[in-house]
Ligand binder design. Structure first.
Ligand code: PEP
Ligand code: MN
Length: 338
């Protein structure tokens, strides 16, 4: 960290900054220029924060010089990390597609969905049992019964499952049902206690981007999970909030190459929650794969008009099958496969 002193900072102010750095166990390097003094804190600066220095007398500003995330950073781990989910590799040459309904509704709905997405080439199945709904009066998910229905339908078709965890108190149950991938939703990206809890497991985690989160905040959220010992993290861009109102969210395609540069961990894209309309999903999916996404998370329902949640953005099974064919060509064009 570098602390820039004000031009008129006196020796007492410089000494106070120096003492604070030493007290944290770091070394001090002072550079006296003609106009200003710069104080460098040398050592593991991640434990320092600009807040510790900015209010001190004589300090103009302070800033980090290294990134605050470490385990998830490509700087420290050059090769791509490939995460194994029950035999399915995420982050390798193959672009993996996770598909299924927004929410688990009934046994037949899940069985038809599982059969359809599997036949079209999806390698994992999604389905929400615990739903984060804007209104407390709308369908909140089937809860544990939903986990059971998802597990049963997906097992019958040999698909690992991805489902959202909202409450750390349900983690044990998720482990009992052997949920293959725990999804942390956009609304919980900075629920640090939840992140710490999943960080204590070895289960792969899909970490969705907070709808108003910066790339740095997202990487720091992943670092929370990684710091607990769980390095099986998959980033999922799902659209961010902007001034635009013509679609549900803006798919930040730029985030894909930026994240691939910043982290060695896999990056997938959810085109369904980004666009919010089924007809937008094919274009956004193609864009994501072309931009280098390692996978897609797509909402598919046997009968979208009757879906209990996010009906407007779900693809039919036929639409999904057509999209998968199109995506194969896009994947091959960028040196990947589907
Ligand atoms: C979902 O995947 O169904 C979901 C609620 O996603 P998000 O957290 O991105 O809104
Ligand atoms: Mn949804």
């Amino acid at each position: 960290m570098i602390i820039v002193m004000q031009p008129d900072a006196d020796e007492k102010a410089i000494e106070a900054v120096e003492a604070k750095i030493l007290a944290q166990g770091l070394q001090v390097h002072i550079s006296r220029g003609t106009e200003r003094t710069l104080i460098g804190a040398v050592g593991d600066e991640r434990k320092l924060d600009p807040e510790m220095f900015d209010p001190m007398p004589g300090v103009e500003k302070s800033m980090h010089i290294v990134k605050q995330y470490k385990i998830v950073a490509r700087e420290w781990h050059k090769a791509n990390t490939v995460i194994d989910v029950a035999g399915v590799s995420i982050g390798g040459k193959t672009v993996q597609v996770i598909a299924g309904p927004c929410s688990v509704e009934t046994g037949p709905q899940m069985d038809v969905a599982a059969a359809g997405v599997k036949a079209a080439g999806a390698r994992l199945m999604r389905g929400g049992a615990f739903k984060p709904r804007t209104s407390p009066y709308t369908f909140q998910g089937k809860g544990v019964e939903g986990l059971e229905l998802l597990r049963t339908a997906a097992d019958a078709h040999g698909l690992p499952i991805v489902t959202e965890l909202m409450d750390p108190r349900m983690l044990e149950t998720f482990l009992q049902y052997d949920v293959d991938v725990i999804q942390i939703g956009t609304r919980n990206m900075q629920n640090f206690d939840l992140l710490k809890e999943v960080g204590r497991t070895t289960k792969p985690v899909v970490l969705k981007r907070g709808m108003s989160a910066t790339i740095n905040e997202w990487l720091m959220a992943a670092e929370y999970i990684a710091a607990g010992g769980n390095h099986n993290i998959i980033f999922c861009e799902r659209g961010i909030r902007t001034f635009e109102t013509a679609y549900r969210n803006v798919l930040d395609v730029t985030a894909v190459p930026v994240l691939k540069r910043e982290t060695h961990l896999p990056v997938i894209v959810d085109p369904s929650h980004a666009g919010g309309k089924a007809w937008m999903v094919p274009a956004l999916s193609c864009a994501a794969v072309a931009a280098g996404a390692d996978g897609l998370l797509i909402e598919v329902h046997p009968n979208p008009c009757d879906a209990w949640c996010d009906a407007d953005q779900a693809l039919t099974l036929a639409e999904f099958a057509t999209l998968m064919e199109q995506l194969g060509a896009v994947a091959r064009a960028v040196g990947r496969e589907l």
